[in-house]
Design a protein around this ligand. Structure first.
Ligand code: GDP
Length: 691
């Protein structure tokens, strides 16, 4: 018949995983007793190991739901904390340590927590039982304990001693039964004494006659009766803790010696139950009876719960199956798909455009530095040549000065580190695009996956970075000595640089209007600009360091004035150069010294086109090949089941979906097991009937 209990305990454990409502469980034996009544000693004698937290400072602060599983076919003894994922702990001292830590984690100010600790012990020497150990009742509250502690303990115990649970009420023989808090509590919820087993500990401490009379108590009669025990553990022997058989057999021996020396009071004819072995048998028998009796109602509750879960699954999730693995696989597929789309849309032309834009900026900087930095109006006194940009169209075609300017600018452009620049521009573009893809994908709500993807991106790009920039640098090397250009390239440069200059002009104008707004209007800005112009020409002297303001303008206003003057001058030059570029003179490559803007633009285009050839092979194709493989590795094969589960549950919507499915599956499993249990039970009954 014991196999039934085992099955029922198994069902009980599965129901624990389902969580949810409190009615959805099978009964257990709830152990209550005052502090020091010998509660721990009794439990440890049953398990055969010292494993419960010890100490004076309220060491049991949470309920311990203890499941004992008899394993006759194996010698191994071990414990497991399923909630913590701690498996096969063979050292019971370590179980004791874990229990102590879990209990002590409840802060002193709270002292008690409702949240149960689940512990399962597997051993050939334990009976199949499910026991719940609760904090011991206290008489007085300690000075660092909350005042309401007594009440809290009572409330917690009351919650557990409700039907159909069996109550194991522990009282010490040396305390008057009328004062037993455990029995008083049990009478409140089980007034007729139908589901309470009385355990009287410390039988060795009272006169045998008195002991026997306690066990025969008539004042608090219990249908399941009282059992007297002497379960004090012998002192641990040195470093070695006893094995379960040793602890139990020592206690049993000790009890036998004690009880058999008082045959009159405790002998077979005395009609009292004594000894830990008797208690174990009584517990097994009672639990089996109680669990069997609850089977029908629990199975109804499960059916109802299952109906609800099925309904929720249908209505909210459209019966859509989902598992953590399938969710990950789907998310990964979708992400790879979006990546594929990106890779089809981002190739050589797009890279070239990006790089050209970057080089356009560099060209503008070079032009500003070498050409546009001279005052427009007239020659500086004493200068022999026409070297202001305004004079350029009129300069001699053989002017050494303007030739040198263009050669130096071209050289600066080709030597600015195009290899690194091009590689960085493309790498950052890829990185930014991947970030965008992640943000739009279902990975956006998964920090772990997000990190893994971004890390994969930068790892691949970094690995290729130096070799790519070297290769690009190498391939543009010839341009450092000579740039060979044809008419078509010139024409294209002439066309394109106009767009660049116009955009630059627009930027200047919008910077001007921003300054106007922040300076308090166009008029005000004009005033301060006039002041700056005068100061620049040396007509007036600006005193101080310029930070404190001058000419009745604040320092901040003067700064804006200077900026505005800069933009105005730059806009003037830009307009002038736009005219020049459009002029007939700049239509021909022959006049390249007159038209540095066109030449540098065409040169930059050649650099970009060449660089892109190598970027494509060295960086982009490599990335497109390696990235999906790296994703598979990091988000597929390298993740453990637990990681995949944790990953999927990071998304609350997915977590709920998975929870419903899990609950449904567990309930179906339990119901299945219950059905076969019922069959087993009726067959057993038939067999008994036949015997
Ligand atoms: P708990 O606080 O209810 O868990 O009580 P313990 O099991 O820790 O026991 C309290 C004290 O009583 C300990 O010092 C035990 O050694 C002692 N004790 C427990 N059972 C017996 C017993 O049957 N006989 C004697 N003499 N002492 C016992």
């Amino acid at each position: 018949m014991m196999v039934l209990t085992k099955k029922m305990i198994e069902i009980r454990s599965i129901l624990q995983q389902v969580g949810q409502s409190e009615s959805l469980t099978l009964p257990a034996i709830v152990v209550i007793g005052s502090q020091s009544s010998g509660k721990s000693s009794v439990l440890e004698a049953i398990v055969g190991h010292e494993f419960l937290p010890k100490g004076s400072n309220m060491v049991t602060r949470r309920p311990i739901e203890l499941t004992l599983v008899n394993t006759p076919e194996s010698k191994d003894e071990y414990g497991e904390f399923p909630d913590l994922g701690l498996r096969r702990i063979t050292d019971f001292t370590s179980i004791q340590r874990t229990l102590t830590e879990l209990n002590m984690a409840v802060p002193d100010t709270e002292a008690i927590s409702d949240d149960p600790i689940h512990l399962t012990v597997y051993s050939p020497n334990v009976p199949d039982l499910s026991l719940i150990d609760l904090p011991g009742y206290i008489q007085v509250v300690g000075h660092n304990q909350p005042l309401e502690l007594k009440q809290k303990i009572t409330d917690l115990c009351d919650k557990y001693i409700q039907p159909p649970n069996v109550i194991l009420a522990i009282s010490a023989a040396d305390v008057d039964l009328a004062n037993s808090t455990a029995l008083r509590a049990s009478r409140r919820v089980d007034p007729r004494g139908e589901r309470t087993i009385g355990v009287i500990t410390k039988m060795d401490l009272v006169d045998p006659r008195r002991g026997a009379s306690i066990l025969n108590d008539k004042q608090y009669p219990l249908r399941l009766g009282y059992v007297g025990v002497v379960s004090k553990a012998p002192q641990s022997q040195g470093l070695f803790k006893m094995g379960s058989m040793d602890l139990l057999s020592t206690i049993v021996k000790q009890e036998n010696a004690f009880f058999s020396s008082h045959p009159l009071e405790f002998g077979a004819d005395a009609g009292v139950d004594v000894g830990t072995m008797t208690l174990r048998k009584k517990l097994m028998h009672t639990l089996e009876q109680t669990m069997s009796a609850s089977l029908a109602s629990t199975s109804d509750a499960i059916k109802q719960e299952l109906e609800e879960a099925t309904y929720e699954f249908k209505v909210q999730y459209n019966d859509r199956p989902l598992s953590a693995e399938s969710y990950l696989a789907e998310s990964l597929d979708a992400f790879k798909h979006s990546f594929k789309q990106f890779s089809e849309a981002f190739g050589r032309p797009q890279m070239q455009e990006l790089l050209k834009e970057e080089l356009d900026q560099k060209v503008l900087d070079l032009l500003a530095l070498r050409y546009w930095n001279k005052p427009i109006d007239g020659l500086a006194p004493g200068r022999p040549d026409l070297d202001s940009i305004a004079d350029l169209p009129r300069a001699s075609p053989d002017s050494l000065y303007w030739r040198r300017q263009l050669d130096a600018s071209t050289s600066a452009l080709t030597k600015l580190g195009v290899g690194r620049l091009a590689t960085s521009v493309v790498a950052s573009a890829i990185q930014a695009q991947i970030e965008r893809l992640v943000a739009k994908s279902s990975f956006s709500s998964h920090p772990f996956a997000r990190e893994a993807i971004l890390d994969a991106t930068s790892t691949i790009l970094n690995e290729r970075y130096y070799s790519t920039s070297d290769q690009v640098e190498n391939c543009i090397k010839p341009y450092k000595f000579d740039i060979d250009m044809d008419d078509r390239e010139w024409a294209h440069g002439r066309e394109h640089v106009q767009t660049v200059l116009k955009k630059e002009l627009k930027d200047c104008e919008s910077a001007m209007s921003n300054l106007e707004a922040s300076a308090g209007g166009r008029k005000k800005l004009k005033e301060v600009m006039a002041f700056v112009d005068k100061a620049r020409k040396g007509d007036i002297v600006v005193e101080g360091d310029g930070r404190s303001g001058a000419g009745g303008f604040s320092a901040a206003l003067l700064t804006r004035g200077r900026e505005a003057v800069f933009h105005r001058d730059r806009a003037d030059i830009l307009k002038m150069r736009l005219m020049a570029v459009k002029s007939k003179q700049c239509a021909s490559l022959k006049n390249k010294y007159y038209c540095p803007e066109v030449f540098l633009d065409a040169a930059a285009s050649k650099l970009a086109a060449t660089a892109v050839l190598f970027l494509n092979v060295e960086l982009l194709s490599e990335f497109y090949y390696n990235f999906p493989r790296e994703l598979d590795l990091r988000l597929g094969r390298h993740m453990s089941d637990n990681e995949i589960e944790r990953f999927a549950k990071e998304d609350p919507k997915i977590r709920q979906h998975l929870e419903v499915i899990r609950r449904k599956e567990l309930l179906e499993l339990v119901l299945d097991k219950m059905e076969s249990l019922k069959q087993l039970e009726s067959r057993e009954r038939e067999r008994r009937g036949l015997v």
